[in-house]
Design a protein around this ligand. Structure first.
Ligand code: GDP
Ligand code: MG
Length: 300
């Protein structure tokens, strides 16, 4: 890692907020590459993933956290616990909310988790590209929330990139002089195979419905590179036979669609040809087992 120029600033930014407000979309847009998967399904993000943005004057390391909500099972508890750890170990918290709807109980639950935190908080109102006509009412509800806690607030669109430079400047103004924590050209701390697994999971979230998406975990069993093509073997773990059936589909059509969409995404990631082979395996109750969660790569 090269030495940073004098006056260079660096710091860690925790992106938090309830599910679906656009945290992952924001991180991808800020770092300029799809490293975190996004979808309209809640609980898309499971592991902590860092996104790295290096400008002329600063390095911002974003920590994308799973959306915070009240937990219902073991996986939920692990997710909330990880989010709480993230809150304490960053320099600034960017609390993202959805600007298409007014402040609600989900946002207030997150706000409560921040009360005792020593870390400065910035309230970021996202999705301003899609605000309805009574936008002022919505904005006021968030301004009131920010004022209650004496947080600064900004508005932007992660999707269109509108006002993201202002957001960047504000974040930089909150961090201290520091070194390059990561090489300036790196955009994420995660290995490529982790992102590959996520890109497969993203297609499952997009193409299947209801109880299947939350019950899958992906293991990348093999990545074999050759000059012409990269061969990837992956196993999709599910909890029940019925879910396996849905994933495979009639005559294997569903698995074929998942595979071909995921393959295209992985090709973009590695900028090369990919051969992807998917297997489906039933592993009862993996979400409730800490051992299983750890085996599948979750921090428990
Ligand atoms: P997360 O759960 O907070 O990480 O949310 P995601 O990044 O997965 O986004 C949830 C949904 O909101 C996706 O369908 C995104 O396309 C959408 N979304 C995210 N940011 C914006 C935005 O700025 N404008 C609009 N219109 N949609 C957005
Ligand atoms: Mg996310």
């Amino acid at each position: 890692i090269p030495q940073a120029p004098t006056g260079f600033k660096s710091g860690f930014i925790g992106i938090i907020g309830r599910p679906n407000v656009g945290k992952s979309t924001l991180m991808n847009e800020l770092v300029g590459q799809k490293i975190a998967i996004t979808s309209p399904v809640s609980q898309t993000t499971r592991n902590r993933l860092k996104g790295i943005l290096t400008t002329e004057t600063a390095q911002l390391i974003f920590v994308d956290t799973p959306g915070i909500h009240k937990p219902h099972h073991q996986l939920g508890e692990v997710l909330v616990k990880n989010a709480k750890i993230a809150i304490e170990s960053v320099d600034v918290i960017l609390f993202v909310v959805d600007g298409t709807v007014a402040c609600g109980p989900g946002d207030r639950y997150v706000a409560e988790l921040l009360i005792n935190s020593q870390t400065p908080v910035i309230l970021g109102v996202n999705k301003i590209d899609q605000q309805p006509e009574d936008a002022q009412k919505i904005d006021d509800s968030y301004i009131q929330l920010a004022n209650n806690y004496q947080w600064q607030n900004v508005k932007f669109s992660a999707k269109t990139g509108a006002e993201l430079l202002q957001l960047q400047d504000l974040l930089i103004s909150h961090i201290e002089p520091g070194p390059f924590y990561y090489p300036p050209d790196l955009v994420t701390d995660q290995p490529e195979r982790f992102i590959m697994g996520e890109l497969i999971r993203e297609q499952i979230l997009l193409l299947t419905r209801q109880e299947v998406p939350h019950s899958v975990a992906i293991a990348i069993d093999l990545v074999e590179e050759s000059p012409k093509i990269t061969r990837v073997l992956a196993t999709i773990h599910v909890e029940r036979d019925s879910q396996k059936g849905i994933l495979i589909g009639k005559g294997g059509t569903m698995l074929k669609s998942i595979g071909s969409q995921a393959r295209q995404q992985i090709q973009k990631l590695i900028t090369g040809k990919v051969y992807l082979e998917l297997f489906v395996k039933v592993q009862p109750k993996w979400r409730h087992s800490r051992v299983r969660l750890a085996e599948l790569g979750y921090r428990v």
